[in-house]
Design a protein around this ligand. Structure first.
Ligand code: ADP
Length: 398
């Protein structure tokens, strides 16, 4: 079975084509600057990478270009586009309706359109990608995997904010959580790696990338997560502030005479590692600057490490224990400094890492970096959201 996984952004469309018999990627790439010029990349193992500036006025046109590359005699991997057995779409927000991955049809799209007000950035892009696929591949089954679905079983006290209750009933303001596909993937992988039944494990999974979130997974079920109504809540991220005292918002808006959009921009694009350091949103640059003596770079890293620690403590308390701590995503998988900073002085909670193993880790494979006497297993697990989506699609289509 061949499954195409699509991830649509407002001006981008990324794709990966999987052979599900082997789990191998047959081709992957992406379109950027859709609607404002256009640039396409396409990679096939064993063939030269292809990159080109190309006019991409819409998601429809972008997808047509992807399809023509997939069946191109030299650059392609398929004889015909009909060899694609199913398409899986990555969708950030499934609202309250989608509690698991589901088939995409007009009714599903109509619901996703109805929740655009609570998902204004990613919603319209995902819908464009789905509509483009449905019109170009009308006879191919399509599914959607939602970042929010993993959190569908939260108890009410974990998703209702301390606001007037009608902010939830009338305006849909509640915690939804994000990155669920990644947390679901790495928690399943952790159990598999440890050869234990996931139903016997209490885990905390730390997805630390440009966007970051921490999730508590008790017996395979997500019971709490750091992101909330939007991916803004939680720990400090690349350019997002994470949680702050909410009263700072009206205070700054009045003092600096900011519009709501300008305030949102400050919180989303000018804060986080970038805002505190004034150097970069990229943790590698912040680490370099900190090592060279830049105090604000060190401060930003300390805010990040403390933030992750705080959630680990809170979630261990919520689950009444912890067996496995997982690090994943760009920073979690690659930054030994971050893992060390987070796990330092955590032996009270049973977390001890082996400094040697942490520093000399191999990239791209699962690693156990716990010290021999650590009560909690500390694992580094490369995430693979696209493959998780392909697996969900395969199950739904079968
Ligand atoms: P996104 O949320 O956009 O998917 P990623 O998961 O790709 O982000 O993570 C991007 C982050 O990972 C960046 O801050 C980058 O600096 C960081 N990162 C990648 N490689 C390393 C590394 N070797 N050391 C430290 N940080 C790294």
């Amino acid at each position: 079975m061949k499954i195409l996984v699509i991830n649509s952004g407002s001006s981008s469309l990324k794709y990966q084509l999987f052979d599900m018999e082997t789990g191998n990627i047959l081709a992957k790439g992406g379109c950027e600057r859709i609607g404002a010029g256009g640039f396409i990349t396409h990679k096939v193992p064993g063939k030269p990478d292809f990159k080109a500036d190309i006019d991409l006025p819409s998601h429809d046109e972008a997808l047509k270009e992807v399809f023509s590359l997939l069946i191109d005699k030299e650059k392609g991997v398929l004889q015909s586009i009909s060899e694609i057995d199913a398409v899986g779409h990555r969708v950030a927000h499934g609202g309250e309706r989608f509690k698991k991955s589901s088939r995409v049809d007009e009714d599903a799209i109509a619901y996703l359109e109805s929740i655009v007000p609570i998902n204004p950035l990613h919603g319209p892009a995902a819908i464009k990608g789905m509509k483009a696929c449905l019109s170009l591949l009308p006879n191919t089954p399509q599914t959607a995997t939602f970042d929010t679905s993993f959190y569908a079983n939260f108890k009410e006290s974990r998703y209702i904010y301390g606001l007037p209750y009608d902010c939830y009933t009338k305006d849909g303001v509640r915690r939804y959580g994000f990155h669920g596909t990644s947390h679901r993937y790495v928690s399943a992988k952790a159990a598999e790696y440890l050869k234990k039944d996931i139903k016997s494990l209490k885990m905390i999974t730390c997805h630390l990338g440009n966007g970051s979130s921490i999730t508590a997974v008790d017996k395979g079920v997500a019971v709490d997560t750091s992101m909330g109504f939007t991916p803004q809540e939680g720990i400090l991220m690349g350019t997002r502030s994470g949680s702050i005292d909410p009263t700072i918002i009206p205070y700054l808006m009045k003092k600096r005479n900011l519009t709501p959009d300008q305030m949102a921009d400050l919180l989303n694009k000018q804060s986080g590692l970038l805002g505190v350091t004034g150097v970069s949103n990229d943790s590698r640059n912040c680490e370099e600057a900190a090592l060279a003596g830049n105090k604000r770079a060190q401060l930003a890293l300390d805010i990040l490490f403390d933030g992750v620690k705080r959630y680990i403590g809170a979630y261990t308390a919520e689950m009444n224990g912890l067996d496995v701590l997982v690090f994943t995503a760009g920073i979690g998988e690659n930054s030994s400094l971050t893992r060390e900073g987070v796990c330092k002085d955590m032996d009270y909670l049973g977390i001890k890492i082996d400094e040697e193993k942490n520093r000399n880790f191999k990239r791209g494979v699962i690693q156990d970096i716990s010290a021999p006497d650590s009560k909690v297993k500390v694992l580094v697990i490369p995430t693979n959201e696209e493959y998780m989506i392909a697996l969900d699609t395969q199950k739904l289509v079968k």
